[in-house]
Design a protein around this ligand. Structure first.
Ligand code: FAD
Length: 500
């Protein structure tokens, strides 16, 4: 325990995580705590990370960021979900939308009524009842307009953006709010005698930076949390075997889609993320099953524009730091662990880590109960996301390569097994531990991966079948008409937030 009030925070690392932390802490503490950040231009950042999920809107709102200004500054486009190709089986695709399916009919969830109709012979796709899916199919976008009865009120969205530009954007705000930036390379970390808390970091030019609290945003290295404090890492490669990625942006061809695309390949999967000024591409793969050269060639061959940079190779181990808060050091971003980017959750986990830090803020010292509570909440959040990502791999029928045979046969966490079983038997989905992904998210991926419930919920039977059919037909027509009135994604950007 340190009884003294918290006066100085040092953030080590100036990637997306470091500048998100700096901007948020400066905004919230309003000058009561001295905040410094050290980063090294020579080392640089990972330079990828372009797709986000809807809670990012809350982060930007917390910081009072104007959305149009942000979209312009980061060359962003809007994201309504992810289209998954070839994940269940080759030649098939499905959409994982943000937002909900349908509107409430009665006591059961909407999809249960849809399921009942389907069991009764209505051959209809659940996607037709998701506003964001229909908008993505038609290339439309608008923001919710505040009318709760209108179709647009169901537009739930996130962004694709240039993470480097986002970090720069946040840096300007953080510096304007008093954050001091140091350029330099951390060469050494000094621990305090006795309790082993971090006392200071020494830069390679001899400068020494002291603080009461250290935020490790140093990327995969985990300079403080692992390098100095030896916190330990829980390796999840046995469930998430991808360990490398190669990224290569290309010139934009055509209008940007309001969704990310993820295509399963022989040894992993590739992403396609449209931005205003380019298209982001990458291949996430398992090194035992493909060489770097082959992966690069595979990615290059699939580009739909001209390559704009040399391939950027990255290596990682999926998993999490055993504690994300250890003594007076909290790890955020890649320093805290890495789940592969299949559901665009890394930047969200930075945001979530910052929000939880604010709830457990050590303003008068370090209470172990708060540290334990923070670690428990972060662990549960990451584990539930991990389960969701594993589902995409495990529930495949593909057996055309060693990777897909492996993930299909592997044993999965009990928590995921239970989710799959409950859905398979009655189409039920329950959320635990305040988990990130909602009922809709799970349903989209469970169905998309070919898990079809054997029965629907009996509670849906309290309403006559014809009545349910009419409600659904009406809903479907309203969604279509509502989406047709929306501007195209490209026109929306041009009218509101076109980058210069
Ligand atoms: P980094 O960007 O690595 O930054 C580390 C910082 O620490 C840098 O400023 C560096 O200079 C500094 N540093 C390191 N060592 C020292 C030292 N000795 N001295 C001084 N400074 C030092 N996330 C998403 O949300 N969506 C995505 O679509 C997505 N796609 C991804 C795809 C891939 C292949 C990968 C690998 C990641 C992806 N991510 C994605 C994750 C995302 O890129 C990161 O979570 C995010 O950019 C945060 O990175 P970071 O700031 O933790 O680390």
């Amino acid at each position: 325990m340190t009884p003294a009030p918290l006066k100085r925070i040092l953030i080590v690392g100036g990637g997306t995580a470091g500048w998100m932390a700096a901007a948020a802490l400066a905004h919230v503490t309003r000058g009561t705590v001295k905040i410094e950040l050290v980063e090294s231009e020579v080392i640089g950042t990972v330079g990828v990370g372009e797709a986000t999920i809807p809670p990012i809107l809350l982060f930007n709102q917390l910081l009072g960021i104007d959305e149009n200004e942000f979209v312009r500054a980061t060359q962003a486009t809007y994201k309504l979900g992810i289209r998954f190709h070839d994940w269940h089986r080759k030649g098939e695709s499905y959409f994982h939308p943000f937002g909900v399916y349908g509107t409430r009919i009665d006591a059961a969830s909407f999809h249960q009524y849809w399921l009942r109709l389907n069991k009764a012979g209505l051959d209809d796709d659940l996607s037709a009842y998701s506003v964001t899916t229909v908008a993505s199919q038609m290339g439309r976008f608008t923001r919710p307009d505040g009318d709760p009865r209108g179709v647009a009120s169901q537009m739930t969205y996130a962004f694709h953006f240039d993470a480097g530009l986002y970090a720069r954007f946040l840096r300007q705000r953080a510096e304007a709010q008093g954050v001091t930036r140091h350029e330099g390379k951390v060469a050494d970390v000094r621990l305090r005698d006795g309790d082993g808390f971090i006392q200071s970091v020494r830069l390679d030019d001899g400068r020494e930076l002291q603080a009461d609290f250290f935020i490790d945003c140093s990327g995969f290295r985990g300079l403080l949390i692992e390098g100095a404090l030896k916190t330990g890492y829980e390796d999840w490669t046995h469930w998430l075997p991808a360990d490398r990625a190669v990224a290569m942006p290309c010139t934009r061809v055509g209008d940007p889609t309001p969704y990310t695309q993820s295509t399963a390949l022989e040894a992993g999967w590739r992403w396609r993320i449209p931005l205003q000024h380019r298209t982001g591409n990458g291949y996430v793969y398992c090194s035992p099953f493909i060489s770097d050269d082959e992966a690069q060639a595979r990615l290059r061959a699939s580009l739909d524009g001209e390559a704009m940079a040399d391939p950027n190779f990255l290596r990682f181990t999926t998993g999490r730091r055993k504690k994300t808060w250890n003594k007076n050091c909290l790890a955020l971003g890649l320093a805290s662990g890495f789940l592969e980017p299949l559901e665009s959750t890394s930047i969200h986990l930075v945001q979530s880590g910052i929000s939880k830090l604010l709830l457990h803020f050590p303003d008068t010292g370090f209470a172990q109960a708060d540290i334990d509570s923070y670690n428990r909440q972060m662990r549960l959040e990451v584990e539930r996301i991990r389960d969701f990502i594993i589902l995409h791999y495990h529930a495949t029928t593909r057996d055309d390569s060693a990777l897909w045979r492996h993930v299909q046969a592997m044993d999965v966490p009990e928590t995921l097994k239970q989710k799959m079983e409950q859905f398979r038997s009655r189409g039920r989905v329950f959320r635990y531990d305040d988990e990130l992904f909602q009922e809709t998210n799970w349903i989209a991926v469970l169905l998309g991966q070919g898990i079809v419930p054997e029965r629907h919920d009996p509670i849906t039977e309290t309403i006559p079948l014809d009545h349910v059919r009419q409600r659904l037909q009406h809903m479907k027509a309203m969604i279509r008409q509502g989406v047709e009135r929306m501007p195209t994604h490209e026109a929306f950007i041009a009218a509101n937030a076109k980058a210069p």
